[in-house]
Design a binder for this molecule. Structure first.
Ligand SMILES: NC(=O)c1ccc[n+]([C@@H]2O[C@H](COP(=O)([O-])OP(=O)(O)OC[C@H]3O[C@@H](n4cnc5c(N)ncnc54)[C@H](OP(=O)(O)O)[C@@H]3O)[C@@H](O)[C@H]2O)c1
Length: 339
């Protein structure tokens, strides 16, 4: 099968590799769509190469995480999925024609009203947003939440999840994304080129920081005494310097030792339970993927270059199998691989 692999020296290639074997608890998925996340670019970076070396990872490793596709085969112990099921999820190595994962991993049925393309943009960004707001921010209906970095992959899901949980949302983004973020349900949108949110008179119950553009001490000015600050990432810095982004995260952790408000940094977990929770929100029309651009697997370099500019409006979709124009209406997958 065709797959994108990352070689030891941090170079990615489209190669012909052996398709995965299907263990007794395994589900083999024929891929239709995926998307780009920061974690997918990490193996290509200097820090990523070093980590691979220290972790003694194989010389060639798969790439990609999000996926949506159709179950092709299942192991003999599998009870939850059958060939033909339309599924989506997250698993390392998704920039490929097939992926195989255990039926208990981050795999869920794709809602019928959601396209493969949109479902392929979900796992990492939506589960990060869900866990940031529900599990770490403990956001309750009626609470005031500020989302800094609201227009990117995680941010567009975060605005929708916070609204679905009944929060009052203030979103921070650049001027070109103000209307798009408002259309996702944010009651107030701050253009960071015009206004410094850390100097507003508002006080928030939770601040979800995806951009990492301001220090913790600056953000504390707009937090209620018992508020929670959730550090998701440092997108505003990461796209220019990975080391500075790490520095921002470490600085925030050190800063969290003082002050009254709770500060949390977490790494999202890809779980079946949360894939199902997101599937339900999508089926009910409360959450949807926002797609900025789409690329094919052999255009991955271009997709990564655009992502690295740091201003994608929502997600960058990767097409792994080209649907016929009438696909959405007909609901039938075509066995044609674009790679
Ligand atoms: N903790 C975890 O488990 C976890 C999981 C996934 C991702 N992350 C991290 O979360 C961050 C975001 O990931 P992503 O996939 O959403 O990236 P992304 O799609 O590239 O989004 C980045 C967004 O940051 C916004 N931004 C840039 N400068 C800003 C500023 N000064 N103020 C406010 N917003 C600004 C941009 O919006 P404009 O174009 O409007 O400026 C852009 O839309 C990354 O650092 C990533 O590593 C963490």
């Amino acid at each position: 099968m065709k797959a994108i692999v990352c070689e030891k020296r941090g170079v990615m290639k489209l190669e012909e590799i052996e398709p995965p074997a299907v263990p007794d608890d395994g589900v083999l998925v024929r891929m239709h769509a995926s998307s780009v996340n920061p974690v997918d670019l990490f193996p290509l970076s200097g820090a990523g190469r070093l980590m691979r070396k220290l972790a003694r990872k194989p010389k060639r490793d798969g790439m990609g995480t999000d996926f949506a596709g159709i179950v092709q085969a299942v192991g003999k112990d599998v009870t939850r999925f059958r060939p033909g099921d339309e599924v989506f999820g997250g698993e390392h190595g998704s920039f490929a024609e097939y992926i195989c994962l255990s039926e208990s991993e981050a795999l869920a049925r794709k809602p019928a009203n959601v396209s493969f393309e949109k479902a392929g943009c979900v796992a990492v960004a939506a589960l990060t947003a869900l866990q940031a707001i529900r599990d770490h921010g403990h956001v309750k209906p009626g609470q005031k939440v500020l989302i800094n970095g609201a227009s990117g992959g995680v941010g567009t899901f975060a605005v929708q999840v916070a609204r679905a949980l009944g929060a009052e949302v203030t979103a921070v983004c650049s001027p070109r994304n103000v209307d798009a973020v408002r259309s996702l349900g944010a009651q107030r949108v701050i253009d960071y080129t015009q206004q410094d949110f850390t100097k507003s008179g508002e006080r928030y119950d939770a601040l979800i920081d995806i951009a990492g553009s301001r220090s913790l001490s600056e953000c504390r000015r707009v937090l209620q005494p018992g508020a929670i600050f959730v550090l998701v990432g440092a997108a505003a810095i990461q796209h220019t310097s990975e080391m500075k982004a790490f520095g921002h995260i470490i600085g925030t952790r050190l800063g969290s030792m003082r002050g009254r408000q709770k500060v949390v940094f977490f790494i999202a977990k890809l779980t079946q339970k949360d894939m199902e929770a997101i599937a339900e929100l999508m089926a009910n029309g409360k959450v949807a993927s926002v797609i900025d651009r789409r690329y094919t697997l052999d255009q991955l370099d271009e997709a990564f270059a655009y992502f690295n500019e740091g201003h994608a409006k929502g997600k960058i979709a990767i097409e792994l199998m080209r649907p016929e124009p009438a696909y959405e209406a007909a609901g039938a997958p075509q066995e044609r691989v674009t790679a």
